[in-house]
Design a protein around this ligand. Sequence first.
Ligand code: CP
Length: 308
Amino acid sequence: MAELSVEHLLGIKYLNENDIQLIFETADHFKEVINRSIKKVPSLRDITIANIFFENSTRTKLSFELAEKRLSADVINFSAGQSSVKKGETLIDTVNNILSMKVDMVVMRHPNPGAGIFLSKHVNASIVNAGDGAHEHPTQALLDSYSIREKLGDVAGKNVVIVGDILHSRVALSNIFALKLQGANVKVCGPKTLMPKHIESLGVTVETDLRKALNWCDVANMLRIQNERLDISYFPTTREYTQQFGVNKKLLNSLDKEIVIMHPGPINRGVEITSDVADSKQSIILNQVENGVAIRMAVIYLLASKIK
Ligand code: CP
């Protein structure tokens, strides 16, 4: 049986193209399963998974939990806010205590970049990064590429623009790695102040004119401003940001072609995207969420098959 080249999913940076294709083919199978009347398979009846979230989440947390349950794994959930982390317990102590309860896999969201990498070096379990600060969000990038593949037939050769707060976005970095690995052409668009220095070294080009970027692309992935990570003001006002980098129906209708609109969520309606775009037939935002379950089932299933 084909297997992943990695024991943990810490970032797209550590995957190769074959890993991505294997995850997609496995997700195709699980997507068919979750559309049956009986949406569950017994594949992981002998596996226990802990979802440990040190940061807020709606989509990723629910999607992982559902994916694990659809695979018949035993699932425990941990939110830092209601835990002994509040009493000063360290990350390693917390996770080792959870692992003493015979847990095989840890899905972790953490505000610190590299938290998953650190954990994978110190605990004996398979680690899945569910978002680590402004570093990576690998399952989001996988479900994003999978949704492009589903909508447009392939990712290779497609023009994709990622718009918004590139500097603070783990979604942007993971998407750039994933899209480049699959042969897509990638532009990033946003205020210069929210563009990392040397971003071109990742094989992307920078465009500060949103209309030009939209006229070039097949797909626009709209990101929200990561207000929780902004310690200073990176643009004059939200209103000016929206005028320059927000997408609305009038702008979309004035383009040369019909493009696909994506957003990882949560949406700030009226800031980076208006409701008439988010809810339009050009938007695949809810397809992304639906595909997230199949992608996470595939990732967990493939990693579990490598647990000795
Ligand atoms: N896309 C995403 O990570 O959403 P949540 O923060 O709600 O999990």
